[in-house]
Design a protein around this ligand. Sequence first.
Ligand SMILES: *Cc1c(COP(=O)(O)O)cnc(C)c1O
Length: 396
Amino acid sequence: MTEYTPIYLDHMATTPIDPRVLDEMLPYMTLNFANAASKSHRAGQSARDAVERARQRVANLYGCEPLEVIFTSGATESNNLALKGLAESYPQKKHVLSSPIEHPSVLDTLDYLKTKGFQVELLKVDTLGNVNLDHLKSAIRPETLAVSIMAVNNEIGTLQDLEAIGQITRSQQAFFHCDVTQMFGKLPLDVNRAQIDLASCSAHKCHGPKGVGALFIRRKHPRVRLAPQLHGGGHERGYRSGTLNIPGVVGFGQACNIARSEMAKDEAHARLLAKMFLNVWGQTTLDFEILGHPIQRLPQNLNLHIPGVHIGKVLEAMPEVALSVGSACSAIKDRPSHVLRAIGKSFDEARSCLRIGFGRFNSLDEVESVAKRLAGLIQSAEEKGWTMQDSPHCEL
Ligand SMILES: *Cc1c(COP(=O)(O)O)cnc(C)c1O
């Protein structure tokens, strides 16, 4: 049996910490361990300085002021705080618009808000994953509190027209919440130009550590009020109590700093990797379809539909390569991805889709070798019994 070295191609699920990020974090776990909330000694001041430097670096990627950034434990918390915080602050508005391709941390939060008397409407998306803007225009109304639409989809990579959504939303005096997690640090973002009022992100999706993220909260034109969801010492200007995860925050700041200076390089590298993968497959007789928008997309993402092939079984044959079927988040529930279903795929088609996520440290050689091995395995799917006919139908 051939031994293969592990290859990681699942960067939409999470990314490895950049070694330069870890270098900045380590002293904050040992020498500089002080609490940033301690006001009576110099060690506390030095922790505070480190947090504020990180806040500035995160703000640079949002295109906002540092005062508009608060640190959280990740995008799940940011999404919860943004939506529940708005809902509690503006009780007279009880209508929220979103899309069926959002991350579960948005969709499940909206389901929760429904139990509190909110009316939630999910806008139509087309087969490329674009939210229907005419539907947005006709559905938005004076009682609409917020429009929550993600920037880049984590499964199919489609990038929404944020400026158009921002314009429609602002013109109706609703708030625009945007889950920018998959875009942050990978594509240029400007929350002012897109008229975004709240934006959630997470450090571990852009080569930072896990367990830390941020929420952009607009301070003027308009000022957004947000009811805190964690009560306590009043940290993060009262929006989010709890001692800050300083090593995490410092690492997040450094990840943003690197992302800002290397964004163009990372993007070009990802394009090259995706092109290499598709070139290899293009030279085979494989029948496959590329999902998501062909141009308005995240270059790090590739989602391929291989009709009739049970991708889960193919991936089981190469466990040392990290790839994904549908969404990692819905994988726990073992049901076809809600995103693929929303863009018109059937249950079985959704199980024939392969998600690839390229990252900063992938090499052309490893992508080429994975593309070749995968093509070979898929071509033997019929004889191995890895086709949809061989699999019991998936019931929801
Ligand atoms: C990963 C992800 C999240 C959740 O981030 P966590 O930091 O793991 O909570 C939210 N939204 C999108 C689009 C994501 O890709």
